[in-house]
Every structure is written in C-alpha cells, then in structure tokens.
Design a protein around this ligand. Sequence first.
Ligand code: SGN
Ligand code: CA
Length: 545
Amino acid sequence: MNHKLLTIPMTAALLPAAGVATAQQKAGPVNIVHIMSDDHSYQTISAYGGPVSKLAPTPNIDRLAARGILFTRAYVENSISSPSRATLLTGKYSHQHGQIKLGRTPAFNADQMTFPKLLQQAGYQTAIFGKWHLWSVPQGFDDYKILNGQGTYYNPEFSTKEHPEFVREEGYVANIVTNDAIDWLEHRDRNKPFCLLVHHKSVHRNWFPELKYAELYEDVTFPEPATFFDDYSTRGDAARLQQMTIEHEMKMVDDCKVYELLENKQAKNNFNAEFLRMSPAEQERFKAVYGPLNEKMLAAGLKGKDLVRWKYQRYIKDYVRCVKSLDDEIGRLLDYLDENGLSENTIVVYTSDQGFYMGEHNWFDKRFMYEESFRTPLVMSFPQQIAPGTVCDELVQNIDFAPTYLALAGVEVPAEVCGVPLTPLFATGKAPADWRDELYYHYYDYPSIHNVRRHDGIATRDYKLIHFKDQGGGSKGKDLPIDSWELYDLKADPLEVNNVYDNPRYAEIVADLKKRLADKRDELKIEESESKFDLEAWKRKAPKK
Ligand code: SGN
Ligand code: CA
C-alpha cells in the first residue's frame, strides 16, 4: 500500500493537470454513477475480448469503456457479495468493516463511516437502487429502493425508506432497477450534485433470462475454457475439496432448468423458486422454450463428459442471456445521461461485486483467489479527466472506490480508509512511480456452500502466493483440516494450473512473498485466528479415529 498517497489532501491528489482543473471548475461539481452487477465475469464482456464474449457481445459496456478507461487488473479483496459491498462503501478490508462473510454474524454495522454519508454531508444527493445485501437499513442515502437479500429476477420485492416492508413489483429486475434510477435522476434537485448507486441482481445464480431473450444464442456453441476438464493434479487440497463444479454441483433442475427430471406434475410446476415468481403467462412462455430443448437433450441420453458439456452450454447460454438484458439496461441509463447533458460532468463506473468462473477448472461461483474470481470487471468514463480508449494495467482494488469518489467530490479521505484514489491513473492509464505493487486478499466464508476453504494471499504483477488454512468442519467427507501453500507464476502460467510452491527454482520468490504477506498481515492487524491456525497442533489434539 502506498501510504504517501493516503496523506495527500484529496483535492490536490485528484487533478493530474492544471488545464483539467479549469475544465472541472467550469463544469461544476462532479456527479457519480456507480453501476455494479452481481457475479459478472470479465470473460463475458466484449471490451475485454475473449472467445465467449465475441459470440455474445456487450455493446453498451464496451461503449462506456471506449469513452473512458478499461482496467485490466482490477481486483476484489474478498470475492463474495456482502463483504465486497461493505468494502465499496467504506474503502476498507473485510476485517476492518466487519462484514467478513455473507451471513449476519458478524454483520456490517451501518453506523460506521461510508462514502455516501460523507458525500451527503458535503451536499450531494445520494441514492441506491437494487441489491444491497447487507444486514442493516441503508444509511447515507436520501433515497433507496433495495431488493430482499439476493433479490429475484422475476417480479421482485423491494423495500424503500418510506415503505420498509418488502413489496412485490411486476417486471424483470434489471428493467425495474434502471427505471427507478432514471426516475430518481429525473426528479432530483438539480441544484445539487448527485451520487447514484445502481446495483443489479443480474447475473447471479440461477440465471433466469428475460423471456424475450430465452432463445437468444440457442444455435451458438460456446467454446469451452482450456481448463474445463482440469484434474487439479498439481494443486493443493483446497482446489480438490471445493464443491462448485459444473459436473457435480451444478444442479440439473434448479440451475439447468431440466424440470422434466422431476417425478410428478406438481413438482415440475414448482421446480424453482424463481419459476414460481413468474405469472402464469410467463411460466407458459418459459416452458414453451425450455421444454422442447430439454426433451431433446433427455432423448439423446447424454452421459459422462457429454452431459458435462451440455450443462456448460445451458449454463453459459442462460448466463449471457442475463448479461444481454443487463447490457441493454446499462445502455438505457447511458442514453439518459447523454440526452440530459450529464455525461461530461459525471463519472460513470461499471463493475461487479466480484468475478466468476465460466467453466474454468470446471467451476461456476467465485470465492477463490484464483484469477477469474479475484479479478473483477472495471470500466469508467469521465471525459473531463479520462481520454477515450484509455487502458490501465495497474493493480487496483475495490478498496479504491470510496476514496476515488471522495477525491472527485473534493472531500478529504478519512485516514482509516485503506484504498487510494484512482484519479492519478486517469490521465494516461499509467501509474505514478510510487503506485502499489502488491494486493492483499482474504476469504473467510467457511464452512459454507461450495466448500471453499479460508485463505489469504498476496499477489504482485507477476506472482501469486496463497495460504489455505483452517480446521475443516464443512461438507462431510470433504472436511479435512488444511494448511497448504500455493504459488503461481502468472506470466508463465496465466491459467494457474501449475502450483510451483515446492519447485526449488522459486525458493527465493516464495521467501520474498512470504515475508511480504507476513508484513501485510501485521500492517493490517489480521487476527491470529484468521491466518495462523496451527495444523500440527490441531492434529495432535484431534481425536484418534
Ligand atoms: C447463493 C448461491 C450460491 C452463491 C451464494 C453467494 N446459491 O447461496 O451459489 O455462492 O448465493 O452469492 S443459489 O442456488 O441459492 O443461487 S453472492 O453473490 O451473494 O456472494
Ligand atoms: Ca456476487
């Protein structure tokens, strides 16, 4: 972490050049629009390239990137929803804001400092629409309309400041959330700057597309990732003990929507909670599309790898169909900003609460410090300071959002914030000499669904050192205690299939990164229990079987 950047008065840190300051002064205070989706992978955004997104492009996210900056190395500090959302609000690591896992214990204390509160105090109008996923009533927002927990795609329920009890609303979630955001902009106080958070439910499991897109891409065969049939042979125990494979954990009925596998009519009609939210007409339309496709697949009697391949195609198609609606809705919001002369003076950001596996290592879900879930998409436009088509390969993290927004608003960043403003990267995409050269990551949510073990680690531009360590106790038969290290040489092995921790050629790198990780844990005051579980002591005390 670069401490120097933290102590500069933020009004000075944010402006790269005098000419820019003049432009900004002329234009007045900066507005902020933070659009964040759920579980959206960079692999399915065409601005990032990649074989899947070539077949299922995202023209509106690309349009935002083309106008501004595309970050190729944006990361989260804990790849899971509630912690990531609390990090966005505070600019802090999970153990500092308290929301280390998904659940309520421990939960985010909404009384703490957040950037929307500070902006509100500085005269901004603030609002959030969509997924909140914290166990508290939102604070620091003039207006909010939030989903119930994970929310649903169809006819979702919302809570507002005026009507805290959740009320069902008809429509598809991405559409409703965008309508609310535009409606709020339309009715805002035009004498004040604004900060608007638009938090989409898409593209979360179980991937229920908008019906108008239910058949989109049906005739496309999406390429499988190179590691689709990964055997984890060079990896540690954690990769083998996870429960997030397409082969075993992706459910044929709930996830892949093959409701014909259920025995009776009643079960078929109740096959998924999302399906139950649809109106009878929507259910009919859904079955008219999925029914014949499912029958065809069942008639083929697929087994083994053929079935895993079919599941992947169903998964990726439903996923990119949801992305399509999300991208449309982002486009609608961008159009509104353009048509109302707001694009010049507004920083518009698109990101996700974390990345996601699109079949790499045969996985869906996230949580691991491996690249697909550690990384997250990030694009921004802000014409006053960012030239069109800028690309930034520097290391940035979700702790940086809050200080970036505060800096742009000219509000001093509290010393307790760990992230730094991204504004010095805006002018060219290149970092000042003292920019950070390492990132700390820490995942805590175990035991939990998907059985991903607690781990922390440090990543530089070239290497990643991960320490998996906990006492076990999760899924039966997969609950071994674990204390293992992994090292990846990111340049030589970008797919992270060769753990070279025990390779003597990397001994010096291991020693250096271990020291850096230990220093980081000390600097951040990571609790003993979080990172230093003693496996040998545990084994000595463990009851003999
Ligand atoms: C649900 C999902 C999980 C997912 C978590 C967390 N199962 O439990 O697959 O990992 O949410 O997701 S589901 O079948 O109920 O969808 S997060 O985005 O909120 O972190
Ligand atoms: Ca998520």
